[in-house]
Design a protein around this ligand. Structure first.
Ligand code: C2O
Ligand code: CU
Ligand code: CU
Length: 458
């Protein structure tokens, strides 16, 4: 697919959505990728990237089974493409440069349009110039509602992420060779919805659906809740069908980049009491990332009043007839040339899948890591041959982690598997969505220095 042909192919949609004044008034609102400024700490930080000039990327709301039209306009003098993380949508709307679309240049509009098959908590971020644009702010949450309201009084979205700033509030380089070759380069300003420890009011005694999303480029958050009563109701978008223990200060929940957790929270009874989302960051005391504060007279709800979330329509893999494919994540044998077309390069390769570094935001001019037959069941054995943790993410398909050499895995459905040091995890899936699906580590410095490829489903 050449760039020119692509523009012609999508021209009708892009023109109708983006260029005509009439269509703009009648059609869906454009998401405009643009420069922004915001006070992340005391002083305003310039050079941020968002969908408005002075606010974080908004939460995008959709409904399970209903079409979403999201025309994205790029006003930056760099290329981009928007990816909808975790949504099992049609391949050509997946937002991966070269694999599913050409990068969008300055002034271009891409008419994303898809129907989310699953309800839950998802998110969006660019998949071209990924490191630069995500590090500067372009990461937002998507909420896909169940057709039936599960019965909460309110909802709270928390977009957790860090920024790397100097004392004056200016951006420091988002990546470093030292970081990229190890656990990644970490932010030093820790935010929830771009704010430091924001406080949100919710009804005393009410039931809150707390959706926590890790959109950081690097950090694995160690989380727990303090105060109130709560349970985990969804993980990486999908309802949790078993009882999972609530995390604690001693046993926090590890939420890797790209991962999401939904809590049902029962607010405390008295006005002013809080439920805090706590994180333990290295070298710092335990801190609240965000607080939910009870307001008003208690509405005296009970967690048992919630109806269980309906399961998403994920086909169960047939483990007896599943074919095995192996993937080894580790160092790159001899570097290789970083090459990333319009989508930026960090300038080096450190990582590989099956000993081949696949530089860039998606493998370019290279074949798939595996070709799966549409409708068949597969087991993918993921082997981490490094001391670093890797949140391994597969686009377009949901999978079940089934076994690990290090721990017992709860039966969950996910799109991102956090591999521990030297861990081998088998995941099972049905290859039920045709297309070329990016498969990569979600530590963006790993992704951009070799730990990327794709899986083909035909
Ligand atoms: Cu959120 Cu290819 O990733
Ligand atoms: Cu994704
Ligand atoms: Cu990694």
């Amino acid at each position: 697919m050449k760039r020119r042909e692509f523009l012609l192919g999508s021209g009708a949609a892009a023109g109708a959505l983006g260029l005509g004044g009439f269509a703009r008034a009648a059609g869906p609102q454009e998401l405009v990728i643009q420069p922004a400024s915001f006070a992340l700490r005391e002083r305003v930080t310039e050079g941020m990237i968002s969908l408005s000039p002075d606010a974080p990327p908004p939460v995008l709301y959709g409904k399970q089974g209903e079409v979403m039209r999201l025309p994205v306009r790029n006003t930056l003098p760099y290329y981009t493409a928007m990816h909808w993380h975790g949504l099992r949508i049609t391949n050509k709307m997946d937002g991966v440069p070269y694999l599913t679309q050409m990068p969008m240049g300055e002034g271009e509009v891409f008419g994303y349009e898809f129907t989310p098959p699953d309800a839950g908590t998802y998110w969006y971020h660019p998949h071209c110039m990924t490191m630069e644009q995500m590090a500067h702010g372009l990461t937002g949450v998507m909420v896909i509602a169940e057709p039936e309201d599960p019965g909460f009084d309110s909802e709270q979205v928390i977009n957790l992420r860090g920024f790397r700033l100097d004392e004056g509030g200016a951006f420091l380089p988002a990546f470093t060779p030292r970081g990229a070759a190890r656990a990644g380069t970490f932010g030093n300003v820790h935010t929830a919805n771009w704010l430091q420890a924001p406080v949100y009011d919710h009804l005393a005694g009410g039931l809150v659906r707390l959706r926590v999303v890790n959109t950081d480029t690097t950090r694995i958050y160690k989380l727990h809740l303090d105060g109130g009563a709560a349970q985990i109701i969804a993980w990486d978008g999908h309802p949790v069908e078993i009882d999972v223990a609530m995390p604690s200060a001693e046993n926090p929940l590890l939420v890797g980049p790209g991962q999401r957790v939904d809590f049902a929270v029962k607010m405390p009874e008295y006005e002013g009491q809080t439920v805090n989302l706590m994180a333990k960051l290295p070298g710092q005391p335990m801190q609240a990332m965000a607080e939910l504060r009870a307001v008003g007279a208690s509405v005296a709800r009970d967690l048992r009043e919630l109806s269980p979330l309906p399961t998403n329509p994920i086909t169960k893999p047939d483990l007896d007839n599943a074919e095995l494919h192996e993937f080894v994540f580790g160092w790159t044998p001899e570097g290789g040339e970083p090459n990333n077309g319009f989508c930026g390069s960090l300038g080096y390769n450190f990582w590989s899948i099956n000993r081949t570094p696949w530089p860039g935001d998606a493998a370019q001019d290279v074949g798939p890591l595996a070709t799966l037959e549409l409708g068949k069941s597969y087991v993918l054995r993921l082997r981490n041959e490094s001391p670093n943790l890797h949140p391994i993410h597969l686009h377009g398909l949901a999978f079940k982690p089934i076994r690990s050499n290090l721990r017992t895995l709860p039966p969950l459905v996910t799109d991102t598997m956090l591999l521990l040091k030297d861990e081998v995890v088998e995941i099972a899936l049905v290859a039920d969505n045709p297309g070329d699906w990016a498969f990569h580590c979600h530590v963006i410095e790993h992704q951009k220095t070799g730990l990327t490829g794709f899986i083909r489903v035909v």
